[in-house]
Each structure stands twice: as structure tokens, then as C-alpha cells.
Design a protein around this ligand. Structure first.
Ligand code: HEM
Length: 259
């Protein structure tokens, strides 16, 4: 049996936190650790989302709801972790910020994969990575793969819900767009199919959870760097504000007024 440390490859893992500031600045360790932890959770969420889509396509609703619950629980942790970063003052961050050069969460491939898997498909994200690179290949693969929303719609159809053909056969490389024709079917689900309606509610939790992360992240950015430009080259908080309040699953929000 491998030891605890061998199994978890702790020697390698604990050697991966390498501050670049010269002194080194005390807070850079927190900055590195928290980003690495986020990337690990992104990896786990992607792993769970793939499984979730598989369960939906196998029509295993109970395990799909269970898996979605796990994703939601991780998402809560992702939001809560921002509290830790907010213990770092603007001056503490500025003490090493210039050493980040153009590095930014903006370039997180896994975050873009996550957005793609959830239905936010923006082909521009590919252009930030050279053709033939591993990052580009990963994004191309996600772009071409059906999203969680597509798996959900097929799951509804497999359970006797009349989902319009245009929704079932939509181009999966484009972002999930509002579909007014789908809404009567969703309303019917809420009224008559409690198991499927519960799944819808968990998807709304997921949508709201990601919006919550975006909101908390932009607030953290504003309190840390104000209106400075981002190290990733964007307008900073001003750009991040444009990503708020953009639902992943617009129809699940739209039907609420009519329920
Ligand atoms: C002091 C801490 C942080 C600051 C000041 C900060 C700042 C920023 C800024 C200004 C942007 C806009 C893009 C650009 O760089 O030009 C951005 C984007 C982003 N950041 Fe952070 N960030 C911080 C921590 C984090 C952490 C811990 C994560 C976790 C992975 C993260 C993930 C992201 C992601 C995924 C984006 C892209 C968002 C999008 O395009 O919608 N950031 N960040």
C-alpha cells in the first residue's frame, strides 16, 4: 500500500508554491495557494459535470440530482473562499502585483472549460491560446461537446416532456440562448413532474451560484485594485461588471413570472 504522502504525491504538491516576489512578500503565498486550490476545485467540478451529463443521458435522475448537489456544495466553497482573499489589503496585494505581469485568472483554461460545459460558449476564448497547444485542444473539445443544458433537455425528452426539436437539435457550439417555445414544457414540468422540477431548481441553484461567485469576485477586485486595469489586459472591474447577471439557463428564470 502506498503511504499517505506517496498516494497524494505530497512532495510534488507542496513544492508547487513558488513565490516570484524577491523579498519574498508574505502575502504572495496566500495568493498562490488560493489560486491553486481554485484550479483543483475547477478540476473536480469538471469531473463531476462530465459524470452528471453521463447520468442524465442514462436517465439516472436520482444519481444526477445527487451529483448536482455535490457540484453545488463545491460552488459554495468557491464563493466562501473569497473571504480568505479579502483578508489581504490593497497594499499587501500591490507589494507583489507587478510580478504577476500578464498573469490573471482571465487565462484560466479550466474556468473557460467550465463556462463552456455550462453553456457559455465564447469561441473568442480559444483565440487566447496558440493553435495546437494543449489549452487550445481542451477548449476545442469542450466547444464541440454538448453542454449540461443539452443533456438536461434530452433527459426531459426521454422522460416524456415535449421539448421542441429546435432545442434538442441546437448547434452545441453556440451559447445557450433563450427559447420561448420551450417555456410551456418547462412550466408543465414545474406543475406536474416534481422529480424533474427538482432538477430544474438545482440548475437554478447552479446558475445563481456562479452569478454569486462573479459578483463576489468583482467586489473583491474593486476593493483590492479599485478601477485599475487587470493584469490579464482587460479594463478590470469595469469588464467584470459586464459578466454579471447573465444567466446560464435563461428559460428557467423566464418562466418564474408565469408559474
Ligand atoms: C487579489 C485577487 C484578485 C484580483 C485583484 C483579481 C483581478 C481580476 C481582474 C482585474 C480580472 C479581469 C481580467 C484581467 O485580468 O484583465 C479577473 C478575471 C478573472 N479572475 Fe480574478 N482576481 C483575483 C483573484 C482571483 C481568484 C482567486 C480567482 C480564482 C481562480 C480568480 C479568477 C478569475 C477568473 C476566472 C477571471 C475571468 C472572469 C471572466 O472573464 O468572466 N481571480 N480577475
Amino acid at each position: 500500500m502506498p503511504s499517505y504522502s506517496d498516494y497524494l504525491k505530497l512532495d510534488q504538491l507542496l513544492d508547487l508554491q513558488q513565490p516570484v516576489s524577491r523579498a519574498p512578500e508574505h502575502d504572495e503565498m496566500l495568493f498562490i495557494v488560493i489560486h491553486q486550490v481554485y484550479e483543483l476545485w475547477f478540476k473536480e467540478i469538471l469531473h463531476e459535470l462530465e459524470y452528471l451529463q453521463e447520468l442524465l443521458s442514462k436517465n439516472d435522475g436520482a444519481r444526477a440530482r445527487h451529483t448536482l448537489k455535490r457540484v453545488l456544495t463545491i460552488l459554495k466553497v468557491l464563493v466562501a473562499q473569497l473571504d480568505i482573499l479579502e483578508t489581504m489589503t490593497p497594499l499587501e496585494f500591490l507589494s507583489f502585483r507587478d510580478r504577476l505581469e500578464s498573469g490573471s485568472g482571465f487565462q484560466s483554461v479550466q474556468f473557460r472549460e467550465l463556462e463552456f460545459a455550462l453553456g457559455w460558449k465564447d469561441p473568442q476564448a480559444l483565440e487566447r491560446h496558440p493553435e495546437g497547444s494543449e489549452a487550445r485542444r481542451r477548449l476545442e473539445r469542450r466547444l464541440a461537446t454538448g453542454t449540461l443544458w443539452d443533456a438536461f433537455l434530452h433527459h426531459l425528452a426521454a422522460n416524456g416532456v415535449t421539448v421542441p426539436r429546435t432545442d434538442l437539435e441546437r448547434d452545441v457550439t453556440s451559447p445557450v440562448a433563450p427559447s420561448p417555445e420551450l417555456r410551456p414544457a418547462l412550466i408543465e414540468v414545474y406543475r406536474c413532474r416534481p422529480d424533474l422540477a427538482e432538477l430544474c431548481e438545482r440548475l437554478v441553484d447552479l446558475d445563481e451560484g456562479l452569478m454569486e461567485w462573479r459578483y463576489r469576485h468583482v467586489k473583491m477586485v474593486q476593493r483590492t485594485i479599485g478601477t485599475r486595469r487587470g493584469t490579464g489586459g482587460s479594463a478590470g472591474a469595469e469588464y467584470l461588471m459586464t459578466t454579471l447577471n447573465q444567466p446560464l439557463f435563461p428559460d428557467l428564470w423566464a418562466i418564474r413570472t408565469e408559474l
